[in-house]
Design a protein around this ligand. Structure first.
Ligand code: PLP
Length: 385
């Protein structure tokens, strides 16, 4: 009899020692694009790697177990995962998305809507009136990003999923910022969980990948069929690397969020900083919700520099431990300026509506020593004033 496994055990060891060919302990990398038929008209378990691949399946199985889903489809990028979910929406139907979602998601939603593939309503999901108005239009899908990128706004998944379901919509949660180590949206009512595995799941800033996990086996089947038809499935080598990253997910993110909490507390007390957006701070408007629905506050945060864009330029030129770069979730600390980097594709008007100012900086806090991180921020803030 197999006993249910703790998520830490699943992450570290799901599929270990299951190789029947040679008894390999680590999950093997299967690069073959094609697999032999067992005989005339007798397809084996695998036939062609775009459809299914043993290495990719091992990652999918691990992610599905970690998220508590019926199955997962591993895609070539996080954007491919977002688009795969969008492919399940019938033409002309409405999608409700956060007005402050990741810039690439915003751009894709706006571009597909402009082509007439569906309608889009970007709303502040923490505004009950705006949300009720959008849900009254009978959406097919409600997309949630919590905490949001880059403002770290938190919404209550249970409440939002309940309202969306009552309106007849499916619910997709982009869980990239927290990973299943800190948040499990299916247990809170989501139908789909989206990941850019490029981030915490891989964790080493050396693979681009994505995944969609679904609660319902019929949705898993539909997603897998569409991923095969459109060819967005991820490469086996990438799946191998991402699974390797997943092995250390828990200790990485647990340590990184300790550093992030120290960074947030330091920034909150600094005169050059106008506001700090970190759900772990008692001052954060989503603190209580985050405490209830998350297993930790994560390692992402953003903050507004009082000196605006001039201060931003001096700050990013002064940092030495933090690196000015896009992306997040790796073991190294990064700083990004959303207005000119991750969220440039949104356009200035949409950024202003979402509250993403030119003085906003986003930090992905890594595994370096806390003292080095704080010292770096201190000297960069001094240089910015
Ligand atoms: N979703 C979120 C929340 C992201 O931050 C990103 C990328 O930054 C994506 C999706 C897209 O992922 P990828 O860059 O792997 O395509």
């Amino acid at each position: 009899m197999t006993t249910p496994k703790a998520p830490q055990t699943i992450a570290a060891a799901n599929g270990v020692a299951s190789d029947t060919a040679f008894g390999a302990v680590t999950s093997p990398l299967h690069l073959s694009t094609t697999y032999l038929f067992e005989g005339f008209d007798r397809e084996g378990r695998y036939a062609y790697s775009r459809m299914a691949n043993p290495t990719r399946d091992q990652l999918a199985d691990t992610l599905a177990k970690l998220e508590g889903g019926a199955g997962a489809v591993v895609t070539a990028s996080g954007m491919a995962a977002v688009d795969l979910v969008l492919s399940q929406v019938d033409p002309g139907r409405l999608i409700v998305a956060p007005h402050d979602c990741y810039g690439g998601t915003y751009r894709l939603l706006a571009a597909r809507a402009a082509r007439g593939q569906f309608e889009i309503a970007f709303v502040d999901q923490s505004d009950p009136a705006a949300l009720a108005q959008a849900l009254a239009r009978a959406p097919a899908l409600v997309l949630i990003e919590t905490p949001s990128n880059p403002l770290m706004r938190v919404v209550d998944i249970v409440v939002l999923a309940g309202l969306a379901k009552a309106a007849g919509a499916k619910v997709a949660v982009d869980n990239t910022f927290l990973s299943p180590a800190l948040q499990r949206p299916i247990s809170l009512g989501a139908d789909y969980v989206i990941h850019s595995t490029t981030k915490y799941l891989n964790g080493h800033s050396d693979v681009v990948g994505g995944a969609v996990i679904a609660a319902d086996p019929a949705d898993v089947e539909a997603l897998a069929a569409w991923a095969n038809m459109t060819g967005v499935t991820g490469a086996p080598f990438d799946a191998y690397m991402i699974l390797r990253g997943v092995r250390t997910l828990f200790p990485r993110i647990e340590r990184q969020q300790q550093n992030a909490a120290a960074v947030a507390a330091f920034l909150e007390g600094h005169a050059a900083v106008r506001a700090v957006h970190y759900p772990g701070l008692a001052s954060h408007p989503g603190h209580q919700i985050a405490k209830a629905q998350q297993a930790g506050f994560g390692a992402m945060l953003s903050f507004d520099l009082a000196g605006g864009v001039d201060a931003v330029r001096s700050f990013v030129e002064a940092v030495g431990v933090f690196t000015l770069a896009e992306s997040l979730g790796g073991v190294e600390s990064l700083v990004a300026h959303p207005a000119t980097m991750t969220h440039v594709g949104m356009g200035a008007e949409a950024r202003a509506v979402a509250g993403i100012g030119d003085g906003l900086l986003r930090l992905s806090v890594g595994l370096e020593s806390e003292a080095d991180l704080l010292a770096d921020l201190q000297q960069a803030l001094a240089a910015s004033t």
